[in-house]
Design a protein around this ligand. Sequence first.
Ligand SMILES: Cc1cc2nc3c(=O)[nH]c(=O)nc-3n(C[C@H](O)[C@H](O)[C@H](O)COP(=O)(O)OP(=O)(O)OC[C@H]3O[C@@H](n4cnc5c(N)ncnc54)[C@H](O)[C@@H]3O)c2cc1C
Length: 325
Amino acid sequence: MKNVLVYVQHKGGVTPKVTFEMATEARKLADQLGGKAHAVVVGKGSSQLAEQLKSYPLDTIHVNDDADVDTFLLDPVVDYVEAAARAAGPSLVLVANTLTGKDVAGRLVGRLNAGVCADATDFKIDGGKIEAIMPKMGGAAITTCALKDGDYGIATIRPNAFSAQAGGSGASVQAIEKPSGKTYTVRIENDVEEGTGELALEEAPAVVAGGRGLGGPEPFDTLLKPLAKELGGAVGASRAAADAGWVPYSLQIGQTGKTVSPNLYIAVGISGAIQHKVGMRSSGTIIAINKDGAAPIAEFSDLTVVGDAFAIVPELTKLIAASKS
Ligand SMILES: Cc1cc2nc3c(=O)[nH]c(=O)nc-3n(C[C@H](O)[C@H](O)[C@H](O)COP(=O)(O)OP(=O)(O)OC[C@H]3O[C@@H](n4cnc5c(N)ncnc54)[C@H](O)[C@@H]3O)c2cc1C
């Protein structure tokens, strides 16, 4: 197994940031394996997305703007990725660990008779052998899974577990031919997007997270939401806040919650326990607002503002609003 292939999930050319994380990781893995880093991007908007992907360190981006990909459910995508994988030879295929990604990965496992590692957060390569590291049971256990050399391997990748770094000398963009002799029956009639209008936590460029120090649910709405809005970001929480029922578990960040990697992470009234840290440590700039200057979070934040969040956050929000206007 030498080459690494990234399946690029997108809609109309818009892709989640895990794509760029996978493109960066693909380069590292391919270099260690002595192979090439490929990406497959198909469907409407692919050519435009390929231009964006060119700034990441891939060797080849295989593109087809085929409208069938958006018209029929999954099969065309799987056909394209299978074709690219077969052209690359026994390779490691990276797929985002999203709902769609998991569907695609499951089918590829069957098509390529591949080994599979689900929800990988790290890799180790030893003498050409690939091992994927995967937290299980909410992070209580860490498992290692080795892929068999010489066969195909599929790894689904946890969003925000790897960092994305642009660079490289510019990938070549190549048209990938539509696999022939295929008929598709399951047509997408209607595409309904459900959402709250707020940014998804994992995609937000800024996250303002609250903890037990906020003392109740209201400050999440009255204190954190306005700050997150000014920053164009999303609100998150520690487990203590989620366990207390102040916010839904979907906002929990950490070992048993979500992993985030925004450019800016503001932790408000969060002590910085190791289980919280593992979910946000790869954030760009980390700011802690905490009454206690000796809280563990001060050890890994770039800036610790020592004081009462109820006094600091509204002032900060006002200052940001004023600087914008
Ligand atoms: C198996 C396991 C998995 C876990 N998974 C997670 C996880 O995924 N995510 C997670 O977050 N935790 C997780 N935990 C829990 C973790 O160990 C901590 O208990 C938790 O993160 C603490 O949350 P906190 O920082 O909000 O609360 P605390 O540790 O109680 O910290 C509150 C902080 O608020 C500060 N404060 C108080 N009042 C104010 C104020 N007015 N202004 C400013 N600061 C103030 C205090 O100084 C303190 O530092 C897990 C634990 C276990 C055992």
